[in-house]
Design a protein around this ligand. Sequence first.
Ligand code: SAH
Length: 246
Amino acid sequence: MTFTAQILTLYPEMFPGPLGTSLAGKALEQGKWTCNPIQMRDFATDRHRSVDDTPAGGGAGMVLRADILGQAVDHALEQQPDAPVIAMTPRGNPLTQRRVRELSAGPGVTILCGRFEGFDERIFEGRDIEELSIGDYVLSGGEMGALVLLDACIRLLPGVMGASCSGDDESFETGLLEYPQYTRPVKWEGRIIPEVLRSGDHAKVEAWRKARAEADTRLRRPDLWERHGGTPDPSPSGARRENKED
Ligand code: SAH
């Protein structure tokens, strides 16, 4: 099955963009996913092909029109009725690895990319659309968010990542951050890879990794740690530890 990404955008030339290289690019060539950017302007009805208008109630900027968005979404749904429709917006639910995993197991996604001040709210009432945010900051458009979402999904498609298990204990998959990684040289600027990782004792390595994943999550991301069911960081500041020797 091919994972199909439909992207409704004013800038179709931004796709596949960086997803045409490396892991995702190879997967695209191999037909593991397909990339169908759709120009939203094609659904405009006037001579100037306008898609936006001034905000009701006044204020700066322009807003994407619900009627144009509706036409664009209906077209996308005709193409791919089974794929969830997702709008990129800072007002949406924060994107999580859990949602990425669910989406990557499905037929694909249709992604609505905002521009200007965003979408006329009525599009979310008139159509079944999931609003997703990629973080608490403001981008100039939804395209970068769409690329982020797609990158996260594509790497999980069957056969895309080299070692089939290399996704399993990564950050967020277990509800924790990943343990720190090291590679050769063993000594760099006086810093030595933790002894346990060189011991060849797999049980010890596992135990060390689990302990570090937990400790680092508690220090760096108390929010994740709490959701994981852990007790809060006892240190007064919760400050990050110096990551030198263990
Ligand atoms: N006025 C809006 C921001 C508009 S930014 C507000 O304050 O909420 C223009 C477009 O960029 C948005 O419609 C959205 O598609 C995209 N965008 C900006 N920040 C984003 C984020 N954190 N996550 C996902 N999409 C974002």
